[in-house]
Design a protein around this ligand. Structure first.
Ligand SMILES: [Zn+2]
Length: 108
């Protein structure tokens, strides 16, 4: 018995299972090729989602950075705190997405 990834929800399931116990995706009657194609498609979708999320994260931190440069709020003001938080959060979110993207590309 081998473990494969469900093409629909990407959870690990038995290759002998007739359907996925997590999402009820039907596996019986599908060839290995079909399953691999489905997996590839799911991976592609995930990559696109992560890519647009990392772009969004980058945009958020650039916007916050531009705001703090142009407006130059007082360092103690809430505007400055918010822009620093968005900057840091955006960079962190971006990095997390890049790591997840690399993991998806490696196939896990
Ligand atoms: Zn599933």
């Amino acid at each position: 018995m081998a473990l494969i990834q469900c093409p629909s929800c990407n959870k690990r399931i038995s290759s002998k299972a007739a359907s996925c116990p997590h999402c009820d995706y039907t596996l019986a009657g599908r060839s290995q090729d079909d399953l691999e194609r489905e997996q590839e498609r799911a991976r592609q979708r995930k990559k696109e989602t992560l890519l647009s999320q990392s772009l969004l994260a980058l945009l958020a931190s650039i916007t916050a950075f531009a705001y703090s440069v142009w407006v130059q709020p007082h360092p103690d003001s809430w505007q400055a705190q918010v822009s620093y938080a968005v900057m840091g959060g955006g960079v962190l979110w971006f990095l997390i997405n890049r790591v997840r993207l690399i993991m998806v590309k490696r196939g896990r």
